[in-house]
Write a protein that binds this ligand. Structure first.
Ligand code: SF4
Length: 501
């Protein structure tokens, strides 16, 4: 016998359904299959602080957010408060909540204007992906309209990336408000039928929708169910190909060109072909001549540098803008002469303070002028050094000197001079390292003790340290130091491997 369940729609569930019906069904009935990658993680974070700040955009406001005794959001109480404040003629209601036919929505900011109410949807992004936001707001307009609210405007409140913090934070400068009525008007006529279709689909909890992989798996957002839905693919498939855009991969997939055997007869670029052939023949490609030429460009004393950065949405430090990369840590391994001892230096700023000046000063002490420094994917380190040089003119000569002497350790891999099938078409250090050293637990990031195993975790934990208890602070700092040290140690090992071959 089939089981049936009635599940309501919310604004986020509506937009998920619009991206892919199956994603909403899986989220409802198989949430344990969700896999959050770095890009999704970053999207989920930072939203609440931005939402709280935006509440003050129009002066005085009331917020209806309420919780049950066990700490869950109390939507019915929020809806009751909303009705109460509307009846009392309050001008700005934040998180104003409404129910309609089992569905609900909470409006970030509901503002009385033009004889009705306008919806202001707050996003912590700087881009204006209006199509998705318009779906979200059209759903809100649909619910509110059916609750008897005259919706007189629909707006998007997002972050202005050009804003620079100078003095006190100015929320009117930080946020930009856009009228998205036109985009909402395009989506609005579809809402009722989409909601009905979504409800019908969700009423069948035993019937997983039959939706195949398509461009919607990455657009507008990476889908958290990719791992589950792509489980039928071979380990090496068209989706692992180096530098092929996702739409093109999907086009191959839809034509049944999926495995490396099938891809052999397709038009591929030089590196993609090498990737396919090395995998099929289980061979390693090494261009010793080019690698030797590359190694000749390095000289002693040789430094290996890696920065960790954070990207606060709401700028914390004077002169910075939203999402600016703020370096707060570096690790530096170095060898002074051939067969010399491997040495290590490091810097980790104090959470809660602008770390850039102390970091720049320490770096100038740790790396002398005119020495050869390597970085892995050097554009990142070079850009940070240039930014530091711009804000600290007294250190700029030294910082730019370091920058101008950086050689990219990525070159031999990106140029296709060294390819191991296990790299799987990715040349990031996190792919190259296990491919070159498959059984070395010392180089396995998963084996790191503590709470930091990747750049996202480092970026997230650093600003939080200031609010931790002393023993937690100690442990978080240790985790950061160990993680960053492994990054440059990994670079040393990669360099040694290149010398070996
Ligand atoms: S991975 Fe693709 S097909 Fe699967 S639920 Fe997500 S969007 Fe839909």
């Amino acid at each position: 016998m089939k089981r049936h369940k009635h599940i309501g729609i919310s604004k986020s569930r509506y937009t998920l359904f619009r991206q892919c019906p199956k994603a909403l069904w899986l989220k409802t009935y198989k949430p344990e299959l969700i896999v959050i990658n770095d890009s999704l993680q970053q999207r989920f974070q930072s939203g609440s602080a931005v939402g709280d700040l935006a509440m003050g955009l129009f002066g005085e406001f009331v917020e209806v957010t309420s919780y049950t005794s066990d700490g869950k959001v109390d939507l019915s109480r929020m809806a009751d408060y909303t009705q109460k404040y509307i009846a009392a003629g309050v001008d700005v209601i934040c998180e104003a909540s409404f129910f309609y036919e089992g569905g609900y929505c909470a409006v970030d900011i509901l503002k009385k204007e033009n004889g009705g109410y306008a919806i202001y949807e707050v996003k912590s992004s700087t881009d204006s992906d209006k199509e998705v936001y318009a779906q979200d707001v059209a759903y809100q307009k649909y619910v509110l309209s059916h609750c008897g609210i005259n919706v007189t405007g629909t707006y998007l409140v997002c972050i202005d990336s050009d804003y620079v913090l100078e003095g006190e934070l100015d929320i009117h400068g930080l946020f930009q408000v856009q009228d998205i009525s036109e985009a909402v008007a395009q989506e609005y006529p579809l809402v009722a039928s989409q909601v009905a279709t979504a409800k019908k689909m969700l009423s069948k909890m035993d019937v997983e929708p039959d939706v195949d992989l398509d461009v919607h798996c990455h657009k507008p957002y990476d889908c958290a169910f990719w791992q589950y839905c792509s489980r039928h693919l071979p380990k090496q498939s068209v989706f692992n190909l180096y530098r092929m855009n996702f739409d093109k991969k999907i086009a191959h997939y839809q034509q049944g060109v999926i495995t490396y055997e099938q891809l052999q007869n397709e038009e591929l670029n030089e590196k993609q072909r090498m990737q396919v052939e090395c995998s099929l023949n289980d061979t390693i490609y090494i261009n010793k001549v080019e690698i030797a030429r590359f190694l000749d460009t390095l000289s002693y004393p040789l430094y290996f540098l890696d920065f960790e950065t954070m990207q606060p949405v709401i700028p914390d430090f004077q002169g910075t803008h939203p999402y600016q990369q703020i370096p707060f840590q570096y690790s530096l391994h170095y060898i002074e002469e051939p067969d010399g001892e491997l040495k290590h230096k490091e810097f980790l700023g104090l959470s809660g303070e602008d770390p850039r000046r102390a970091l720049a000063e320490q770096l100038c002490k740790d790396i002398p002028m005119n020495v050869c420094t390597t970085a892995y994917n050097k554009a990142f380190e070079c850009t940070r050094l240039k930014e530091l040089a711009e804000i600290f003119p007294d250190l700029s000569e030294h910082l730019l000197n370091i920058r101008n002497h950086i050689i990219d350790l990525l070159i031999p891999f990106q140029s296709g001079w060294y390819y191991v099938p296990a790299m799987g078409g990715s040349f990031s250090i996190k792919s190259v390292l296990p491919a070159l050293f498959p059984n070395d637990p010392e180089l396995d990031y998963h084996n790191l003790q503590g709470s930091v195993h990747n750049g996202s975790e480092a970026m997230n934990i650093f600003p939080k340290i200031i609010d931790m208890l002393p023993e937690e602070q100690q442990s978080a700092r240790q985790s950061l130091l160990k993680y960053c040290e492994l990054d440059t140690y990994a670079m040393v090992k990669v360099w040694q491997k290149l010398k070996e071959v």
